[in-house]
Design a protein around this ligand. Structure first.
Ligand SMILES: Cc1cc2nc3c(=O)[nH]c(=O)nc-3n(C[C@H](O)[C@H](O)[C@H](O)COP(=O)(O)OP(=O)(O)OC[C@H]3O[C@@H](n4cnc5c(N)ncnc54)[C@H](O)[C@@H]3O)c2cc1C
Length: 408
């Protein structure tokens, strides 16, 4: 086991901490003894995944665990479409091994760098009205709880499973994850630049019709380049960079053509981002999505001309994870960003106020201003989550300063 001194910093550089102890255990037993010792010292215990959250969900001045010694695929069951992995397995590491067994992750988001335990802990998602977040695919986890005991939480224990499916590390340290996966599928990606009216006007029809319908709306000429979306040189101001994915069969040959790619799902999904933004992402009920989008465009154009990052628009299917943005409802996902070094806080607060009027839930890994009262109001099972958390962690070993006001 390596014990390292120093400071932890997230991917984009807006969060850091200096833990009293930084440990990289190589087994579940080591995790258990480290957690038990830290709990005896009344230290806060947190785990760092790949550090791709913008919020202080990892920070601790106590024990910080790096679980990269617990990565990798442990078993694949093709008949049951199940895969068992170590918690630090990255999304990208699922692709080829699952494909070789005729399987694939049911859906993916924009990048593949996240560790699976980090991704499920924040209900990371892709796009698609009938596709839930990563959390919705979790069927079993092993968790080292505050006393250093191991809890195995599976489908026979639905309440605790739905709490563990998106828990921000508050139930304990995840040491194993079992996911339900999909039969392998191939995708055709179509990318086009559309007017707002084309992308927004037919939103419902397109979201219902396609496996994945999403777009980036660009408020100004500068916007596209900020996310590497710049196309053929024409101005994209007030236009939408639209992405549509549909499943295709074996008869459609692979293609790397820029606007019409075809290939295995795990090859088509990922984008590349530079760490040049801080992001906020909120989720509104699907039925209210178009109105929320129109209000956001108006806000950004009329009152926030300095907000040049694109607005990303996606959908997510409903799921059962108590802390999920999509618990019990389909959602439209709206995300906006600010440039590091610029005071974007007033802008993001305006967005928070506006989307609050649409009963918005938040992405736990992206900037948000959720209060405890809003949590209890907007997440129907928040109290159930808090009760399970208190039962598993009565001394609040896994609560840091960011999480305590919401979940203590
Ligand atoms: C460029 C970029 C693109 C992104 N794209 C998307 C996207 O398309 N869709 C989307 O939904 N999100 C997206 N995100 C957000 C990202 O998916 C989440 O913030 C995710 O949680 C990051 O995973 P991670 O491995 O980096 O976890 P971290 O950020 O390191 O940690 C997240 C949480 O998980 C906890 N955790 C990690 N491992 C364990 C464990 N073993 N046991 C218990 N708790 C654990 C941490 O303590 C923390 O609370 C993106 C972020 C970036 C920076």
């Amino acid at each position: 086991m390596a014990t390292l001194a120093g400071t932890w910093t997230n991917w984009v550089g807006n969060q850091s901490c200096a833990p009293a102890q930084f440990a990289a255990p190589a087994s579940e037993d080591e995790v258990a003894s480290l957690v038990a010792e830290a709990a005896d010292r009344r230290w806060t215990v947190r785990v760092a995944g790949a550090g791709h959250s913008f919020t202080p969900v990892v920070a601790t001045d106590g024990l910080l665990l790096d679980l990269r010694g617990l990565g990798g695929i442990r078993s694949i069951d093709g008949g049951r479409r199940r895969v068992v992995v170590g918690p630090a397995t990255t999304i990208g590491e699922f692709g080829e091994p699952l494909w070789a067994e005729g399987l694939a992750l049911a859906n993916q988001g924009d990048i593949v760098a996240q560790q699976i335990a980090g991704a499920i802990s924040t209900a990371t998602h892709g796009s698609g009205l009938r596709l839930g977040s990563f959390s919705s695919t979790v069927r079993r986890v092993r968790v080292v709880t505050a006393g250093g005991d191991v809890a195995e939480i599976g489908e026979s224990d639905a309440g605790r499973l739905h709490a563990a499916q998106a828990a921000l590390g508050m139930l304990g340290v995840i040491t194993e994850v079992e996911l339900e996966v999909a039969t392998a599928y191939r995708l055709r990606e179509r990318v086009d630049d559309w007017s707002w009216d084309e992308a927004w006007g037919r939103f419902d029809e397109l979201a219902q019709q396609h496996r994945h319908y999403s777009f980036f709306w660009m408020p100004s000429d500068d916007s596209a380049a900020l996310y590497g979306l710049a196309g053929d040189g024409a101005s994209l101001a007030d236009r939408c960079h639209v992405k549509i994915y549909d499943e295709v069969d074996e008869s459609t040959p692979d293609s790397a053509e820029r606007h019409r790619r075809v290939g295995p799902a795990h090859v088509i999904y990922p984008m590349v981002y530079e760490p040049n933004f801080h992001e906020l992402e909120y989720f509104v009920p699907y039925e209210q999505g178009r109105n929320a989008l129109a209000a956001m465009r108006e806000l950004m154009l009329a009152r926030l001309p300095a907000s040049t990052f694109p607005m990303e628009v996606r959908t997510v299917g409903r799921d059962d994870a108590f802390l999920s943005h999509s618990y019990g409802r389909e959602t439209v996902v709206i995300s906006v960003s600010g440039m590091p070094g610029i005071d974007y806080d007033p802008y993001l607060r305006d967005v928070d106020r506006l989307l609050g009027e649409f009963d918005a839930r938040v992405h736990w890994g992206k900037l948000h201003y959720l209060t405890r009262a809003q949590l209890l109001d907007r997440y129907p099972r928040a109290n159930d989550f808090i009760a399970i958390r208190r039962a598993l962690d009565p001394a609040d070993t896994f609560l840091n300063a960011h999480l305590a006001p919401l979940f203590s």
